[in-house]
Design a protein around this ligand. Structure first.
Ligand code: UT7
Length: 323
């Protein structure tokens, strides 16, 4: 039995940057409000690229970085809530674009936990021998489903993508996971509602295409479950928080991370944050942070890290990985 190792990691964000000051020109908001409540300074927004195009850039970078032929890839999973289409899946579009004709491909919908969920599935395929190499990407063009007139949501989100190329390793790699859903609270955060509408049933104005959330409820949920989930993976792998070099949380709000750090009695320097640059990119935020860390040379072989995602669904999940 071998583990699943991360062979390469990379990320991509659209070039266009919109600052808090830019937003305050058209909305009743300010840099002071946004930064002090969330830690966000700016966000990257798509000027036309769709989710599959962001993913394809990431996949091409992963193949180049690891020197992998696309035909070696057996599986592609994309975690996203902003696919180009309901069908085909974003992952199938990526498969076609990179010429990975030996892969099977599908999307996972788990909002801000989408990357952790997708990585968990790919881990099982690799460990069972179901495929030798897999690409897992978290990607969003959230700007498609954000109401740009609603200051309580639009200032929070951005676009981007990040991903990993996986293969079996004899030691290290993914060591433990903790994954959950709580559908009872699902309507506390919704997006792109699609109720029945046809020739026999056509209610007007029933669908809300935008992201809607009870911010306070999600804040309380996150600060409660993230420390619990991190402790769970530590316990499962017989490690202590001191053994962990970095914790890479979903980048939703720096105040959530402050509370989590306090609850875990962990130094805030252990938490990698890039929310000030990219805002909340949902499924993309963890792999974007990992890609950025790798490109900065922060991740060394043998480092133990924890990733932890949480969000709509409600969903959450953590993984302990030895780099
Ligand atoms: O990705 C996973 C899912 N999402 C999250 O994890 C988000 C979790 N929640 C949060 O991060 C925070 O709850 C928010 C950042 C969304 C909101 O912060 P808050 O401290 O909970 O603010 P609030 O919603 O209670 O709003 C406080 C005030 C309100 O005004 P009143 O009613 O007190 O007069 C809002 O209307 O701030 C107002 N407000 C704004 N003011 C200026 C809301 N948005 C803005 C804004 N600029 N952009």
């Amino acid at each position: 039995m071998f583990n699943t190792g991360i062979e390469a990691v990379d990320c991509y964000a659209p070039e266009k940057i919109i600052t808090n000051d830019d937003l305050s020109k058209t909305l009743d908001t300010s840099d002071e409000w946004i930064f002090s409540r969330t830690g966000i300074k700016k966000r990257h927004l798509s000027t036309g690229e769709d989710t599959s195009q962001l993913c394809t850039k990431v996949a091409e970078r992963l193949l180049a970085k690891s020197g992998t032929d696309p035909l070696e890839i057996g599986l592609i999973i994309v975690g996203t809530i902003t696919p180009d289409y309901a069908t085909p899946s974003t992952a199938c579009l990526v498969q076609g674009a990179i010429g990975a004709s030996n892969a099977f491909a599908f999307d996972v919908s788990a909002a801000c936990s989408g990357f952790v969920y997708a990585l968990s599935i790919a881990d099982k395929y690799i460990k069972s021998g179901g495929c030798k190499k897999a690409i897992v990407i978290g990607a969003e063009v959230l700007s498609k489903i954000v109401d740009w007139k609603d200051r309580s949501t639009c200032v929070l989100f951005g676009d981007g993508a990040g991903g990993v190329l996986l293969e079996g390793v004899n030691e290290g790699g993914i060591l433990a996971e903790d994954i959950h859903s709580k559908g009872e609270d699902g309507l506390k955060m919704t997006g792109n509602e699609r109720k029945p509408q046809n020739i026999v049933y056509n209610p007007e104005g029933e669908n809300n295409p935008y992201l809607v959330m009870d911010g306070r409820a999600i804040f309380n949920f996150a600060t409660r479950i993230v420390p619990k989930s991190i402790n769970e993976v530590l316990e499962k792998s017989n490690l202590k928080i001191e053994d962990i070099k970095y914790i890479i949380p979903h980048q939703a709000n720096s105040r959530i991370i402050d509370v989590v750090a306090k609850k875990l009695n962990a130094a805030s320097e252990k938490f990698y944050l890039n929310i000030s640059e990219y805002a909340n990119t949902s499924a993309a935020s963890i792999p974007m942070a990992l890609g950025e860390m790798d490109n900065k040379g922060l991740l060394e072989k043998g480092d133990k890290i924890i990733i932890s995602g949480f969000g709509a669904g409600l969903t959450w999940g953590s993984m302990l990985i030895e780099w």
